[in-house]
Design a protein around this ligand. Structure first.
Ligand code: WTA
Length: 561
């Protein structure tokens, strides 16, 4: 089996691997001279037939974007930014669906040498405003459908001077820059910014335990890291059609898209939200050879597997990230999809999936696999930085010396420093994830070491949700914890002490949920709200989340609902 894969022998590849070999695959003299946009796009443009992106709209219309067109339109976008006064290093953020313009803007921003970030459309005005204001974003890119939400957010973001809007039928408001019109008038050539590996490139926000979300900064060298995973784990080859269901609003979107484009592969994307019937149809109609998603989506497909009965699949590989992939789903995938779903593990900070399964390596269902060649990972004692024995639980840790490792949390040096521990033979980055390693070096995920909640593959910080809950007039105190859930791994459960004068009721609970869902985010709101007379507290007055978490866990185990 092994010989026809890009990675034919895991052990040998790990021994021989050098990042220089990946940098050598770049067109420019990397890592000294390196610009992601050039490497993922322009150098493939000479082949006029090579397709960068197939996009299916919500109405089912197919748009084909060849690399030459992506190169040209991203040049135009870079020219537009320059004419607007966007300088190298300035932040440009998007809030928009999976439409071709979104991909053009991402590449164009990087060509300009500006920093690209994106906020997923699940976030509401509060979630958007925090992120844009935190990094003093200068430009926001959105669509007419989203314009009102963005307007509400921008009331709290003084740094944004200009909004670029894609017209989706309602007409671009006065004062905005109309994407289509302005691009049409822009010059088709652009001299890509002469950035190097250590220049800022991407800024994606992610949640932690304490405080609001943090911006995770990646530099242009990041592309070498993601290219390696796409080659070895996703086994990218010419002729592949690769559907990564991740949105550009999460780092997984750029990881797969830009990583695969580095090798000139073709991406597929669907504008609509997850829907098993729709997905089955797309898999039937389009020659998708690689599918990448989250365990929740695979579990929901399994729930509706009859939809796949008459589907003709072209899959040769499938991948998963974001939460534990249960062994039953792996077995189901082999039987129903005809491929072994490869579990991969990574974080916004590691910039990539770094502990993975590979098509040529024996898969142990339930295990996340082994570190990609070029990354040293271990299970360590977080207090001493010592590597623990096989079978013993500790924190997943990596040596912070690979290209796609993050540069810093945006303007939070103390937060950045707090992720590291000095071990007996060097520094480790601590992931906050608990796992053990078996005798043969496979990693097995056990849970979070902190209060971060993983739900449907989304990473949710309790602080942000609790703050949003606190904005509701009926909430005096709130605490959120993960409650185990068979489909979503966990749901967010909120315990709430009502304010004076408010009586607990189902309709009040609904009202609270709706407020958090619309103001903060559609994926972070508590799916359950339970009222309490008081919170369990420590002697110093801190809410004892662990006690609440035990309650939620016991409730889930009892199947109470
Ligand atoms: C969790 C998502 C179990 C983990 C790419 C990590 C996983 C967090 C897996 C990062 C996996 C990711 N099995 N848990 N295969 N992959 N996680 O930054 O807790 O949104 O720390 O990046 O997701 O979430 P983030």
């Amino acid at each position: 089996m092994g010989d026809n894969h890009n990675l034919s022998d895991y052990e040998a590849a790990s021994e021989e691997f050098s990042w220089d070999d990946i940098f050598a695959e770049a067109d420019w003299e990397a890592p000294g001279d390196l610009n992601i946009a050039h490497e993922v796009c322009d150098r493939h443009a000479a082949d006029k037939d090579r397709v960068a992106l197939y996009q299916v709209s919500e109405d089912g219309d197919l748009t084909t974007v060849p690399f030459w067109q992506l190169a040209e339109e991203s040049n135009q976008f870079a020219n537009l930014l320059e004419s607007m006064g966007v300088e190298r290093g300035d932040r440009v953020f998007s809030y928009m669906p999976r439409i071709p313009e979104h991909y053009v803007a991402m590449v164009g921003t990087l060509k300009r040498g500006a920093v690209w970030g994106s906020v997923n459309e699940r976030f509401g005005p509060e979630g958007i405003a925090y992120r844009l204001a935190d990094c003093d974003t200068s430009v926001v890119l959105t669509t007419t459908d989203n314009r009102e939400t963005v307007a509400e957010a921008l009331e709290d973001v003084p740094s944004v001077e200009q909004v670029i809007t894609v017209d989706r039928g309602d007409g671009v408001p006065d004062g905005d820059i109309a994407f289509g019109d302005r691009l049409e008038g822009a010059e088709r050539n652009y001299e890509t910014a002469d950035t190097g590996g250590d220049d800022n490139a991407l800024l994606y926000y992610t949640s932690g335990t304490t405080g609001p979300a943090k911006g995770v900064l990646h530099e242009h060298r990041w592309i070498a890291g993601v290219a390696a995973t796409q080659r070895y784990t996703m086994d990218i080859k010419p002729g592949d059609c690769y559907w990564s269901t991740a949105d550009l609003g999460w780092l997984t979107g750029p990881i797969n898209t830009l990583g695969a484009w580095f090798w000139g592969a073709t991406m597929f994307t669907y504008e609509g939200e997850f829907d098993p019937a729709e997905w089955a149809e797309l898999l039937d109609e389009h020659p998708i050879t690689i599918l990448f998603s989250v365990p929740t989506a695979y579990r929901m497909l399994r729930e509706n597997e009859s939809l796949l009965d008459d589907v003709s699949l072209d899959l040769r590989l499938a991948g998963s990230v974001g939460e534990p992939l249960s062994p039953g789903v792996v077995t189901w995938g082999e039987e129903t999809l005809g491929v072994t779903i490869l579990d991969t593990y990574g974080q916004t900070e590691t910039g990539n999936f770094i502990i993975n399964n590979y098509p040529s390596m024996e898969v142990r269902p339930g295990s996340m696999g082994k570190p990609i060649p070029g990354v040293e990972a271990a299970i360590v004692d977080p207090d001493t930085g010592e590597v623990v024995e096989p079978g013993e639980t500790g924190q997943i840790a990596e040596r912070p010396d690979f290209p796609c490792f993050f540069a810093e949390y945006w303007e939070k040096p103390e937060k950045t420093a707090s992720c590291f521990v000095d071990g007996p033979d060097g520094e480790w980055y601590l992931s906050g994830d608990l796992a053990y390693r078996d005798e043969d070096g496979y990693f097995w995920f056990e849970g979070r070491a902190d209060d971060v909640i993983i739900s449907s593959g989304y990473r949710i910080g309790p602080f942000e949700v609790e703050s949003a809950l606190g904005e509701h007039e009926a909430v005096a105190e709130a605490a959120v914890v993960p409650k185990p859930d068979p489909e979503r791994t966990n749901i967010v459960k909120a315990y709430v002490v009502p304010s004076e004068g408010y009586e607990p009721s189902d309709s009040l609970a609904e009202d609270i949920k709706t407020k958090v869902k619309t103001d903060l985010a559609a994926h972070e709101y508590p799916r359950e709200v339970e009222f309490r007379e008081e919170m369990p507290k420590t002697v110093t007055g801190k809410i004892r989340r662990t006690e609440l978490q035990d309650l939620a866990q016991a409730e889930a185990e009892a199947g109470d609902d």
